[in-house]
Design a protein around this ligand. Sequence first.
Ligand code: SAH
Length: 273
Amino acid sequence: MVDDMIDSALLGLPDFEPGHVWLVGAGPGDPGLLSALALHALGSADVVVYDALVEPRILRLARPGAVLDFAGKRGGRPSPSQPDISARLIRLAREGKRVLRLKGGDPCVFGRGGEEALALAAALVPFRIVPGITAGVGGLAYAGIPLTHRDTNSAVTFLTGHDSDGTVPGALDWVAIARGAPVLVLYMAARQLPSIVERLISGGRSSGEPAAVISKATTAAQRVVVSTLGEVATAAAGIEAPSIVVIGEVVRFHQALDWVGALGQRSFDPKPR
Ligand code: SAH
């Protein structure tokens, strides 16, 4: 059992009690980025209610006998509604199950973890939130792009490229966003990228500033495409989902810091003298 791989007592990890729900972030893909609490939860859960973005290899870490319950979109059919998922979590907890709600990245970063937690709180179901490494942090690290760097930026903006109805978020003040942090990290932006780029440039961003798209970050299929803000939408066309977009001077560091690419090409091998 996977729980044997970590010493819960030594680490002071809490028991996963029956009737409780743990909202857990699975990180962006690489199973090595799971937290000790996430591993502990996988080793103890009775039911794992998981989303489409959770790596299959991570699900294989679940306790043998745990029920794996998919709550995402399957075969083009619409995903279960948020109230349906929350109701399912509440029902399972009331049946006395240890319910692991497993989400890609961090559960509360564009992951509706807050909505589910509110439903659990209202139903008086005890819960815990276990943060995960969000794609906008872990993905950048694996692309060799520092999220902040003293020479370039002391602030970052994370934003979603589409609203719940799939359109560019209308409530966002795009001029303020364009003029705000020097580094922007966009989630769920692939489809609306041309229109987002247009808004950012009309809001004052330079079309020549560096931009990158990171696809399938932290997995073996990770791809990084480096471009400029003006051309990133074209450069990103055809790149596989999921992907995040990074805009700002920090993107320039990719060339020197692409450690994933370097490991692949063994270019860290010392040159013969
Ligand atoms: N809660 C998640 C985000 C869910 S929204 C988190 O914290 O990471 C889904 C979006 O996350 C995707 O459209 C994509 O923009 C981004 N994303 C998630 N996993 C990713 C990955 N491995 N590589 C690139 N982008 C990813």
